[in-house]
Design a protein. Structure first.
Ligand code: ADP
Length: 278
């Protein structure tokens, strides 16, 4: 997992929803890949992300590590997608490319009119600043600032932010505005990190193992906060995890194996985090 600081960025409010074009429905349930690189797509409207034939290869001395192999994927506005897979299957690599933190070795990926496959740092920075909120396994809060001040770091420079108090209320921390990170539990700190990610009203919320460092009960509170943000703000939400129990929360579950999307599952009903057995 590579961690950068995507939070010191400005933002704009969500874009208008693109027109629906009545895309062909794929079948429900578990869909095993039949051929190389199927396009994994939800049925609703025009996708906001389009990835085609993504590969990512790391050269480690004599060895090539193929982190992604021919991944094609569409993501739609407001979707909640969980990407499941064992460690090393390529989840973080895919999330980082979708978030403009990294670029593919080959293939194309776009977010609306942003070309995320070109290695153009200004374009990628603009994309992250305007559209993306990140949540990582470790919260990266500034210890000397209160919860409100940690969130205000983003709201002070964003174009159309929500007040820090509103963002913290969205994740159930309205009563803890003036607490310092050391006075908060791990789950509460992660909820501050979620508030910081969403305060700029991102179109996309990308979460890399957000409950990885938390116990079950605390993890449920964090997932409730993410779910609340997904429904409340309509942010397209991608959560990557190796915890299969989280799959039930999603509209769609993508299972990664050895750098490919090996299977897709569409949930008829999204579970409430409280209904999960872990
Ligand atoms: P996951 O998130 O599913 O654990 P990753 O996307 O982090 O998987 O990694 C996929 C593969 O790519 C792994 O074999 C990992 O060791 C390798 N990898 C990831 N990042 C790098 C990097 N910066 N340099 C070299 N290899 C990397």
């Amino acid at each position: 997992m590579r961690i950068t600081d995507p939070h010191a960025n400005a933002s704009t409010p969500p874009r208008a929803v693109p027109d629906a074009r009545g895309r062909a429905l794929s079948s429900g349930g578990l869909v095993e890949s039949m051929s190389a690189a199927p396009v994994i797509s939800a049925p609703a409207a025009e996708p906001i992300f389009r990835a085609r034939g993504l590969t990512k290869t790391y050269h480690m001395g004599e060895v090539d590590v193929h982190a992604l192999r021919d991944v094609s994927l569409d993501l739609h506005r407001g979707e909640f997608v969980v990407i499941l897979g064992p460690s090393g299957s390529g989840k973080s690599t895919l999330l980082n490319i979708l978030g403009g933190l990294d670029v593919p070795t080959s293939g194309s990926v776009t977010f609306l009119d942003h070309d995320l496959s070109r290695n153009d740092p200004h374009e990628l920075t603009r994309f992250r600043r305007e559209h993306v909120g990140f949540v990582f396994q470790f919260y990266n809060l500034i210890p000397s600032l209160t919860a409100r001040e940690n969130v205000a770091l983003v709201t002070d420079i964003a174009e159309h932010p929500m007040p820090a108090e509103e963002a913290l209320a969205l994740v159930g921390l309205a009563e803890r505005l003036d607490s310092f990170p050391s006075q908060l539990s791990g789950g509460e700190q992660q909820r501050v990190a979620i508030a910081r990610a969403v305060a700029k009203r991102p179109d996309v919320l990308l979460c890399d193992e957000p409950t990885g460092a938390l116990d079950v009960e605390t993890g449920i509170l964090v997932l409730e906060a993410i779910e609340h943000v997904n429904r409340g703000l309509g942010a397209t939400t991608v959560v990557i995890t190796h915890n299969a129990a989280i799959a039930g929360l999603a509209d769609r579950v993508l299972r990664m194996r050895s750098g490919t999307i090996a299977a897709e599952q569409r949930n008829a009903r999204r579970l409430d985090p409280r209904e999960m057995s872990w």
